[in-house]
Design a protein around this ligand. Sequence first.
Ligand SMILES: [Zn+2]
Length: 59
Amino acid sequence: MGENTKACDLCGLPVEIEGFKLRTKEGDKAFCCEGCKGIYQMLHEETVLDVPDQIDETE
Ligand SMILES: [Zn+2]
C-alpha cells in the first residue's frame, strides 16, 4: 500500500496527482503541484531537459 506514491522532489510531500513531472539529466522528477515543479525548474534550470512551457519549435 502506498508503494506507488512518490515523494515530491521539492518538498517531500506525497505525489497524489500525476502530471507534474520533469525530465532531468538526473532522471524523472515528480512533484505534488505546479508550484513545486516551477520552483524546481528554476533552481535546477541546467539539469531540466523538458520545459513544456518553453518548447522552441523552430524548424
Ligand atoms: Zn511539493
